[in-house]
Design a protein around this ligand. Structure first.
Ligand SMILES: Nc1nc2c(ncn2[C@@H]2O[C@H](COP(=O)(O)OP(=O)(O)OP(=O)(O)O)[C@@H](O)[C@H]2O)c(=O)[nH]1
Ligand SMILES: [Mg+2]
Length: 319
């Protein structure tokens, strides 16, 4: 037995739920040990199917995820759920707030559930959430499900790290259709219209189809699935479409392409965040910068020229 067998990393890789919970707390609290851990386990990631669920508040994302977890457990697949809630900084540490309706699965070791609301310092909530998703992946879960509220909110782009993106709507969520139409939101891989017992469901589906028809004809035609998540209706169809989409991106080579793009964005996001932080720090107390800003305020110098001066000073241009 190797001496590292009982380290946190090893226990995490062995699928120990408490090790996973502890590891996520470390990254959430921006503890350097957390980032170190992610570095250590990173080569072991990339095996889980990562599915992101997004959509307006209250459409039933959590209920749908709960129903899906039940379905996947029946197929004996292990699942981790990460619910990301940027709007409420007050639920810090809440494992099972009202937002996560997954209490049925509380005692099942094949299910790991976590919600995250506060920002880690390394680049905000989105970065901390991504690290958490990596930890879940490394812990050997077959499926990692991410939930985020909102449509077209650039702030939390964790959803970009999903292999498959599901947009959940309900009859009457017209704003989201507008967001799709306006291109504020990227076209998802699967659309679910939940609360399908509602009489306006058909109208809603027609509207979605009309919007999708405006775009270019995709290689993967976006399925629109009706569900009644509270009753588990349509959930098997969602599961089937998720599997189908996964097989599709694997066969087309798009999975690795997508992951490459997502990881590049991730590296850029972290680097940009750090550069901005370093720049802000170095400028805060800087007399010259204050003078520059004063000149901008008094309309002597335009903002772009001021920025150029600052950048040239920070990093002398080598061209
Ligand atoms: N009528 C009806 N209600 C549903 C259905 N699915 C979920 N709900 C209810 O809708 C409400 C919101 O469900 P959630 O699953 O919390 O919705 P959510 O999208 O996760 O909400 P946020 O995380 O707050 O954005 C709950 O009261 C659910 O019981 C459905 O198919 N029909
Ligand atoms: Mg929810």
């Amino acid at each position: 037995m190797s001496p590292t067998d009982d380290t946190l990393a090893q226990r995490l890789l062995d699928g120990d739920r408490r090790a996973l919970a502890r590891a996520i707390s470390l990254v959430e609290n921006d503890d350097p040990a957390g980032w170190e851990l992610v570095r250590e386990i990173y080569p072991k990631t990339g095996h889980a199917a990562v599915v992101g669920f997004t959509g307006p508040p209250g459409v039933g994302k959590s209920t749908l995820i709960g129903a899906l977890v039940k379905y996947e457990r029946e197929q004996e697949r292990s699942v981790a759920v990460l619910s990301i809630d940027p709007s409420s900084p007050f639920t810090k540490g809440a494992l099972l707030g009202d937002r996560i309706r997954l209490t049925d699965h509380f005692l099942d070791p094949g299910v790991f559930i976590r919600s995250m609301a506060n920002r880690g310092a390394l680049g905000g909530l989105s970065e901390a959430a991504l690290q958490a998703a990596l930890l879940m992946d490394a812990s050997g879960r077959d499926l990692v499900l991410l939930e985020t509220v909102g449509v077209g909110q650039a702030e939390v782009d964790i959803i970009d790290h999903a292999d498959t993106v599901v947009l959940v709507l309900m009859p009457g969520s017209g704003d989201s259709i507008q967001a799709l139409k306006a291109g504020v939101m990227e076209i998802p891989d699967v659309i679910v219209v939940n609360k399908a017992e509602h009489p306006l469901t058909d109208t809603m589906i027609r509207e979605i189809k009309a919007v999708l028809a405006l775009g270019p004809k995709p290689d993967w035609p976006v399925p629109i699935i009706r569900t009644e998540a509270v009753r588990g209706e349509g959930v098997d169809e969602v599961a089937a479409k998720l599997a189908e989409h996964r097989a599709y991106i694997e066969s087309q080579g798009t999975l690795s392409e997508r992951r490459r793009r997502n990881l590049l964005n991730e590296v850029l996001a972290i680097a940009t965040y750090r550069m901005r932080r370093d720049l802000e720090e170095s400028l805060r107390e800087d007399e010259q910068v204050r003078e520059l800003l004063d000149r901008v305020v008094s309309r002597e110098l335009d903002p772009a020229s001021a920025a150029t001066s600052i950048l040239e000073r920070e990093r002398p241009v080598s061209r």
